[in-house]
Design a protein around this ligand. Structure first.
Ligand code: DGY
Length: 322
């Protein structure tokens, strides 16, 4: 019987759910550093299941290194652009992800980034820590007040986008959106108006990205779409870094065309763009959208349940079907 391979420790869910696997659980790295590619290739050899993290590249080479007995790759994450799904399907390997359990955590963080950028929270914090003398000023740190009816454009209204819309509506934002749920009744009930991307670009005060990373969405935000954005607007990305051409974004911020940006994810993660790092009007985070304590537990638990189901000959709860 093969083992189950998990590249890094995911906390208490592993202890609680590993018994259900009925297989030995091998953890590649117990530190916060992932195993090297060589260690990963060696660690999956003979595995029946791989519990992958969004930083783990699961491609044909890795699937072949695991061997024919591999049954399932259970991603601990809703995004699965780290997995070559076609290569897995060709080898009869089931792929699963963790939709639903992280919507609220990512939406919370999206609102945090919207507020942090528009109200210049991080800029003010950074400045006060210099210890320089200061006094309240009527024109200091003035930023866009989203509660005054600012327009939010949600690119890719799915589960997470809906959770963002719910929060943004309660802040008094006007919301327009593209995406598979933009025409749904529950979106309309939140006051969301469906629109096409050009309208979102041209009229949104804050543009927030929630579409998956696919070949057709890579660099969706590029020099042309940035030029089409409303002058003085803000870009927020809690989806995937490569949705944005960061050099083009830095140009748009440098020229003053965009007022600011909040990025939880980065084009060349874990590298961050040095030009963006140097800009006061940019807030950069460590891809922490799902890092709520409950959500991280729920993600790991769902991934374990998916792996157990497949290993026990049952249907997984949340398979990737395309
Ligand atoms: C996901 O689940 O895709 C997130 O980006 C990981 O936090």
């Amino acid at each position: 019987m093969g083992h189950v391979y998990l590249s890094r420790s995911v906390g208490s869910a592993a202890e609680e759910f590993s018994a259900q696997l009925g297989r030995e659980l091998r953890i590649g790295s117990t530190s916060s550093d992932p195993p090297s590619r060589e260690e990963f290739l060696e660690g999956v050899r003979g595995a029946e299941a791989i519990l992958s993290l969004v930083t783990d590249r699961i491609d044909a080479q890795l699937l072949d290194a695991a061997g024919d007995q591999l049954k399932v790759v259970a991603n601990v994450g809703v995004g699965y652009d780290n997995i070559d799904v076609a290569a897995a399907q060709e080898r009869g390997v089931t792929v699963t992800n963790t939709p639903g359990v992280l919507d609220d955590a990512v939406a919370d963080l999206t609102l945090a980034l919207i507020l942090a950028t528009t109200r210049r929270v991080v800029e003010s914090d950074r400045k006060i820590r210099t210890g320089e003398p200061w006094i309240w000023g009527p024109q200091d740190y003035v930023g866009l007040q989203i509660s005054a009816g600012a327009r939010l454009g949600i690119v890719g209204l799915g589960r997470i986008g809906m959770a963002v819309a719910k929060r943004a509506a309660s802040f008094g934002m006007e919301i327009i959106a593209t995406g598979r749920r933009a025409h749904d009744d529950d979106a309309a009930a939140l006051g969301v108006r469906p629109a096409e991307l050009p309208e979102l670009l041209a009229t949104s005060d804050v543009l927030s990205l929630h579409c998956p990373l696919k070949p057709e969405t890579r660099h969706l935000i590029n020099q042309y779409t940035l030029a089409a954005m409303k002058p003085g607007s803000y870009l927020i990305n809690t989806g995937r870094g490569p949705l944005v051409d960061e050099q083009a974004l830095a140009d748009a911020l440098d020229s003053g065309h965009l007022a600011g940006a909040g990025l939880d994810v980065h084009e060349f993660e874990p590298q961050t763009n040095p030009r963006l790092r140097a800009m006061e009007q940019v807030v950069l985070l460590h891809h922490i959208g799902s890092a709520g304590d409950k959500t991280r537990y729920d993600m790991a638990a769902l991934a374990f349940r998916n792996a157990s189901a497949v290993l026990n000959g049952e249907d997984p709860l949340t398979p990737v079907t395309h």
